[in-house]
Ligand binder design. Sequence first.
Ligand SMILES: C[C@@](CO)(OP(=O)(O)O)[C@H](O)COP(=O)(O)OP(=O)(O)OC[C@H]1O[C@@H](n2ccc(N)nc2=O)[C@H](O)[C@@H]1O
Ligand SMILES: Nc1ncnc2c1ncn2[C@@H]1O[C@H](COP(=O)(O)OP(=O)(O)O)[C@@H](O)[C@H]1O
Length: 271
Amino acid sequence: MLRFPNAKINLGLNIVEKRSDGFHNIETIFYPIPLTDGLEIADSNKETIYNFSSSGIPIKIDDKDNIVCKAFDLLYRKYNIPSTNIHLHKNIPFGAGLGGGSSDAAFMIKMLNEKYKLELSFDEMKNLAGQLGSDCPFFIANKPVFAEGKGDVFSEILIDLSGYHILLVKPNIHISTPEAYSNVTPSQPNKSLKELITEPIQNWKNLIFNDFENSIFPNHPKLENIKNDLYNMGAVYASMSGSGSSLFGIFKDEPMCPEIWSEYFCWKSRL
Ligand SMILES: C[C@@](CO)(OP(=O)(O)O)[C@H](O)COP(=O)(O)OP(=O)(O)OC[C@H]1O[C@@H](n2ccc(N)nc2=O)[C@H](O)[C@@H]1O
Ligand SMILES: Nc1ncnc2c1ncn2[C@@H]1O[C@H](COP(=O)(O)OP(=O)(O)O)[C@@H](O)[C@H]1O
């Protein structure tokens, strides 16, 4: 079974307050984008519970620390799952705020559910995903949503960027999510993002922001420059995604990836 776990972008991100469990309550809009990894599972005749291999962008961690193996392990301990070969082709940059690892984990849960007919409900899969990371539950339904709590409490929103183009840029800066959260000053927004997002996209530039930019841009001016460049290139809306370090621009017409970014990960698509 082969599937293609996709990335997400955050359209606005308010860090509202620090919680007693050490996490933060946030407000954000998750929007899926068609930048994907490849994830394959197949029957195995080996003794081990799984055999993991990977290709594409190298992640220098032990197999057991790879979140797809953690997802497999979580389900293996609860359900009757036979030994499985797992292959991950990594194409989504990590440390980028694109939720690539979280998506891989959520897709692993959905794929095991389908392949081994576990008959898990959406809520059961979301609950399992939530044990692996705050971003993971979103990728179970994988539809644009307004998210609150740790980023795992969802309500529907009507937002459709089909027809727009996205240009995504990730320079050679790696930002870890825990480190990013440790540098923020939470605050209650004046107006909820859920309300602001109903404004026409042309107005978002002056209304909708990612709070992580306040703490990350001063230490990494290159990122702020890229955001400004995206606007200078004609983006209707531009922002950092999640805890960074990728930035995206939403364009009416197909943008070009400028020569100055040739050393960066640069990807564009129609939404
Ligand atoms: C910032 C966001 C925005 O979508 O995404 P990324 O930039 O990672 O893609 C998410 O909140 C990231 O979610 P995720 O990457 O799943 O984080 P987790 O593994 O659950 O948590 C890693 C660490 O980040 C901090 N954390 C995470 C989520 C949250 N709501 N509050 C937090 O304070 C905690 O210190 C936690 O130990
Ligand atoms: N399958 C995976 N894909 C990406 N990163 C993974 C994976 N498994 C574990 N990781 C670890 O998780 C960290 C964050 O991954 P990711 O979810 O892509 O972050 P972000 O959303 O912040 O870009 C990486 O630095 C990496 O060490």
